[in-house]
Design a protein around this ligand. Structure first.
Ligand code: SF4
Length: 97
């Protein structure tokens, strides 16, 4: 599932599939601005997910690795990386130096 769609699904799951409740969700979550699965300027979906997972694990980043909920919509993004982009990125990084 694509990154922003995963966030949208996470929020939908959070409200038992009720999209109306997602709309009226109070702003108290890192994923709130992204809950409709739309890109928002100056907000990194991956950083927001990493922060959400840290919260979910009681503030301990080290526990994210051991998350036991692979069916969570944002599970594959929980480290703040997009696995679909592995190996893609700053192509010039290796050329310099
Ligand atoms: S992927 Fe795991 S740590 Fe992250 S929000 Fe879901 S259940 Fe919590």
């Amino acid at each position: 599932m694509a990154l922003l769609k995963a966030i949208k699904k996470f929020c939908l799951d959070c409200y038992g599939g009720n999209s109306k409740e997602v709309e009226t969700c109070p702003d108290d979550c890192e994923l709130w601005p992204l809950r409709f699965g739309k890109k928002i300027k100056k907000i990194s979906p991956l950083k927001s997910i990493k922060s959400k997972c840290r919260w979910c694990m009681g503030g301990n980043s080290k526990d994210i690795k051991g998350c036991l909920t692979p069916n969570c919509a944002i599970y594959k993004y929980r480290f703040g990386h997009n696995p679909a982009r592995k190996g893609i990125g700053n192509q010039n990084f290796n050329k310099s130096g």
